[in-house]
Design a protein. Structure first.
Length: 265
């Protein structure tokens, strides 16, 4: 008998058992969550028709009488995303270099930087927004700062991973020829890092456009403030128009960033 056929069956059985175990764990976690939170699936399904009726009765037709008045808020929202992405990109690149093993051989500094970045990344932007509103009050500066803090955490980790994936052969060749640290950085690391930098930066800009809308709901400025205000005033028709504007902004942003990716990556 072929040795390959002898060992094939136990390996397949082991993989099958592992898959079943994972599925059972996921199902058990789902069941526990439903029971613990007392979620009624039947009640959710029965509530859907009521939600649909409420939407058609209250939100339709959309009221676009004040459409021109939304333009400043749209510009604010995009401005927050642009400013946050710009400053975050610069700072995240520095942190990414400090985190990556390819560009920083000091383990203690890498660990400390990674820990700091993890704190920034793991606190949701809505919490940052709420904290900053409490400190600085309502206003656009809150939205910008919240986006910068979260984006630094996200981009630093992403940049560091991309730098770690850079082939070490060219870097070792530069070191062997006596190149300085900055020569290695500018001639070895950055040229290979540029495609990943473009991709991650554009992706973070898309996220920041969406996040700047949500931050407006906690008083951090932007078009989200208008959504919250109109819903609180029961002006559902105007709220629907603003939501449509937000969706249009997000779709247009995705179209532009995807076009840039196709051209440069």
């Amino acid at each position: 008998m072929n040795k390959k056929s002898v060992y094939k069956i136990p390996i397949e059985q082991k993989d099958y058992k592992k898959t079943v175990a994972i599925v059972l764990i996921i199902m058990a976690a789902l069941l526990f969550s439903v029971i613990y939170l007392e979620i009624s699936v039947l009640e959710m399904l029965m509530g859907l028709p009521q939600f649909v009726m409420f939407f058609f009765e209250k939100f339709l037709p959309a009221n676009s009488d004040n459409l021109k008045q939304y333009i400043p808020s749209v510009i604010d929202t995009l401005g927050y995303a642009i400013i946050a992405t710009y400053f975050s990109t610069i700072l995240a690149f520095i942190f990414g270099i400090l985190i990556s093993e390819n560009t920083n051989k000091f383990k203690t500094l890498r660990v400390l930087t990674r820990g700091f970045v993890s704190v920034l990344r793991n606190i949701p932007f809505i919490i940052w927004g709420s904290l900053l509103v409490y400190i600085f009050g309502l206003g656009g500066i809150v939205g910008v700062l919240a986006l910068i803090l979260v984006t630094i955490g996200f981009l630093s980790k992403s940049y560091a991973e991309s730098i770690d994936e850079i082939s070490g052969d060219k870097l070792e060749a530069l070191r062997a020829n006596g190149a300085s640290y900055f020569q290695i950085l500018f001639h070895g690391v950055i040229p290979q890092f540029v495609p990943a930098w473009i991709n991650w930066t554009l992706f973070s800009f898309e996220i920041n456009v969406r996040a700047s809308v949500v931050l407006g709901l906690v008083g951090a400025g932007g078009i989200g403030v208008l959504i919250d205000t109109n819903i609180n005033l029961f002006k559902y028709g105007e709220a629907l128009t603003i939501i449509a504007v937000v969706v249009s902004i997000i779709l247009l942003t995705e179209f532009i960033t995807n076009s840039i990716r196709k051209r440069f990556i």
